[in-house]
Design a binder for this molecule. Structure first.
Ligand code: THU
Length: 130
């Protein structure tokens, strides 16, 4: 299944009664498998989770760790970029040159890289003892 189809299908299952903003995300791994997620909101608003986080959790639960490509889709006038927290979550499992496509239901799409989204990322290197 394509990333676009997987993300769209996951978006159809989004639980977003508070924002009304349904998001779908899909990830292609280095092994060629696709994992998808949607946003899951909560009446205690800060407890909601983003679509990207759901897709990443599904990937990790399946035993995979390497993102080769990511795709995010929402109904919006312009492509929706991952939030700050999701940029860091993507960077945990994706190299800087990994493409992230941000798409709209109406057909707009823009592709950037993980490094574009999170320049100067905090990494494990920063925790090395001098
Ligand atoms: N949201 C995502 O799932 N991914 C993004 O990249 C941006 C925002 C969700 C979080 C919340 O459920 C809703 O969109 C509105 O912020």
């Amino acid at each position: 299944m394509s990333l676009k189809t997987a993300a769209r299908q996951a978006r159809d299952n989004a639980h977003a009664p508070y924002s009304g903003f349904a998001v779908g995300a899909a990830i292609l791994t280095d092994k060629g498998n696709v994992y998808a997620g949607c946003n899951v909101e909560n009446v205690a608003y800060p407890e909601g989770t983003c679509a990207e986080a759901g897709a990443i959790a599904a990937m990790v639960a399946a035993g995979e760790r390497v993102i080769a490509e990511a795709y995010v889709i929402a109904e919006s006038p312009k492509p929706v970029p991952p939030c700050g927290g999701c940029r860091q979550k993507l960077a945990e499992f994706a190299a800087g040159d990994v493409p992230v496509t941000m798409a709209t239901i109406s057909g707009l799409a823009e592709t950037v890289t993980v490094a574009d989204l999170l320049p100067g990322a905090f990494t494990a290197d920063h925790m090395e003892t001098p």
